[in-house]
Design a protein. Structure first.
Length: 202
């Protein structure tokens, strides 16, 4: 499926063939016969989304993936995560799915997924897929937060290096917040001034 070109007119639509493997068809997921007015807008949203969007049936099989997910290097359509990922990784995905299936409530998780062989961390929201009051599976949307987490880790490391340097030196070091006017001093200021200055800049 991934790597296979899917015409825009058929993306976001599925049918089940005789082998129970989803195949592309002209009837959108969850659409009732004769009710196609919302098909084009829904398909446009799915196709244009910059984040991965997917739909799974109650067995955990992917019955829809959007173009972003198609290009991820993971062959997902018609398969379960257990068919694609190592067992220890797949179990975390399956547990979040079971929560949605068993409780009918949404699930918000952070999941690490190998994209083209490189681990990426995603913030994933999974909600029940309900058609005519019947639970059919789940709908998910993921956002890649890898860069944000890396930036946060870099800030923590920088803060820790500053803390260690400020503690080790005998020089007075201060940090002046120009917006709040607060000043933070290291411990050496007490040895140099005999007291720790107040938090104000004046």
């Amino acid at each position: 499926m991934l790597g296979e070109h899917i015409p825009p007119s058929s993306r976001g639509r599925i049918a089940i063939d005789d082998h129970r493997r989803p195949g592309h068809h002209r009837t959108p997921v969850g659409e009732r016969q004769g009710d196609r007015d919302g098909d084009a807008p829904r398909r446009a949203i799915i196709d244009s989304a910059q984040d991965p969007i997917f739909v799974k049936d109650l067995s955990g099989r992917f019955v829809l993936v959007n173009p972003v997910l198609e290009k991820s290097g993971l062959d997902l359509l018609g398969r379960r995560v257990e068919d694609v990922l190592p067992p220890e990784t797949a179990e975390g995905f399956a547990a979040a799915d079971r929560h949605v299936f068993e409780t009918g409530a949404s699930s918000i998780v952070e999941e690490t997924i190998p994209i083209r062989g490189v681990p990426r961390t995603f913030h994933t929201i999974k909600v029940p897929w309900i058609v005519d009051g019947e639970l059919r599976g789940l709908i998910g949307m993921s956002r890649d937060i890898t860069r944000r987490l890396e930036t946060e880790a870099q800030i923590r490391r920088s803060d820790e290096r500053y803390r260690l340097a400020a503690k080790a030196t005998n020089d007075a070091i201060w940090d002046w917040d120009l917006i709040s006017g607060e000043v933070e001093w290291n411990e050496a200021i007490e040895h140099l001034a005999g007291d720790r200055p107040g938090p104000g800049a004046e």
